[in-house]
Write a new protein. Structure first.
Length: 272
C-alpha cells in the first residue's frame, strides 16, 4: 500500500468542495444580476409602503441620507444594481415605514431640517473643469455655512454642491437660508454666479450617530430638490410655525414629490 494513498482522498474531497463553492458563487452572482429578477424585486418595492426610491443618492444624502442600514447595504453591494441590494433596501424601506406608522420612528425633539443645493451646478461643472469646481465649492462653503451656524444651525453633512442643516428654531432656519442666498448672489467665480434652492420641513427625525433618519428628513430633501433657482420651499407644517407677519407664502399646487405624503402642502416663501 502506498503511504501517500491516505492523503489523496481528503485532497480530492477538498478540491471537489472548492469547485462546488466556486460554481455556487458564480450561480449566485448570475441570479443577483438577472434583469428579470431585478425587475420583479423593483415591482415588489413599488408595491411596499414607504419610499420605493430609498437607496438613491437623495434618500441617502448623496451617499448617506436616512438610514445607517441603507448606507451599509449600498457599501456592501459596491453601489451596483442587484437583487440582493434591492431586497436589502426594500426591507429597510418597509421597516422605516412601519416604525413611522406606529409612531416609533421619530426622535424626541422637533427639528427644522434644511436642504440646500446649487442649481445647474453639474452642467456648469462639466465645462468648467476640476480646478474651477473646487474654487466654487470652497467659496460656496464660506458663503452659506456661516449664516446657518451663526443662527445655531448644525451642519449635519455636506453633499458636494449641497448642505443639510438642522435647527431648533424655524425662524432662525429661514433667516439662515435667506442670508445664505444673499451671500451666494454676491459670488462670481470664473464667470459663473452660483444660485441656490432650499427646502425646509419640521418633524421628529431619529438621530443615528451624527446623522438623522426618517420621513421628515426625506420630505425636507425632496422639497430642496423640487425648487427653482433662488426658490425657498417649505412644508405647510413648517409654515404654520412661522410668524405670518414676517413672510409671504404662495401655495405650490402642482409640485409632486416622490416618497412623501400626497397631502403635503408646499409653499414658496419670502421674507417680508
Amino acid at each position: 500500500m502506498d503511504p501517500d494513498d491516505g492523503d489523496a482522498a481528503p485532497d480530492g474531497r477538498m478540491a471537489r468542495l472548492r469547485a462546488q463553492t466556486v460554481r455556487a458563487g458564480t450561480r449566485a452572482r448570475e441570479l443577483d444580476r438577472s434583469p428579470g429578477l431585478q425587475r420583479a424585486v423593483k415591482r415588489l418595492r413599488d408595491a411596499l409602503p414607504g419610499d420605493s426610491h430609498f437607496g438613491d443618492p437623495l434618500s441617502l444624502g448623496g451617499a448617506r441620507h436616512t438610514e445607517a442600514a441603507g448606507r451599509a447595504i449600498v457599501g456592501l453591494t459596491g453601489d451596483r444594481p442587484g437583487v440582493t441590494r434591492e431586497l436589502g433596501l426594500g426591507g429597510v424601506q418597509l421597516w422605516q415605514s412601519v416604525l413611522e406608522r406606529f409612531g416609533r420612528g421619530g426622535g424626541e425633539h422637533e427639528l427644522v431640517l434644511v436642504f440646500t443645493d446649487l442649481v445647474e451646478f453639474s452642467r456648469w461643472a462639466l465645462e468648467a473643469g476640476d480646478d474651477a469646481v473646487l474654487r466654487v465649492l470652497r467659496e460656496v462653503g464660506d458663503a452659506w455655512e456661516p449664516p446657518m451656524t451663526q443662527r445655531a444651525g448644525t451642519v449635519v453633512k455636506r453633499l458636494g454642491d449641497g448642505l443639510m442643516v438642522a435647527f431648533a428654531d424655524p425662524a432662525a432656519a429661514l433667516a439662515g437660508v435667506v442670508e445664505a442666498r444673499r451671500r451666494l448672489g454676491e459670488l462670481h467665480v470664473d464667470g459663473w454666479t452660483p444660485r441656490m434652492r432650499a427646502g425646509l420641513h419640521s418633524g421628529h427625525p431619529r438621530r443615528v450617530g451624527g446623522d438623522y433618519l426618517g420621513v421628515a428628513v426625506n420630505t425636507a430633501a425632496r422639497l430642496g430638490d423640487a425648487g427653482k433657482a433662488d426658490e425657498i420651499l417649505v412644508s405647510g407644517d413648517l409654515l404654520r410655525r412661522l410668524d405670518a407677519t414676517t413672510v409671504t407664502a404662495r401655495r405650490k399646487r402642482r409640485v409632486r414629490l416622490k416618497g412623501v405624503s400626497d397631502d403635503l402642502e408646499v409653499y414658496a416663501v419670502e421674507p417680508v
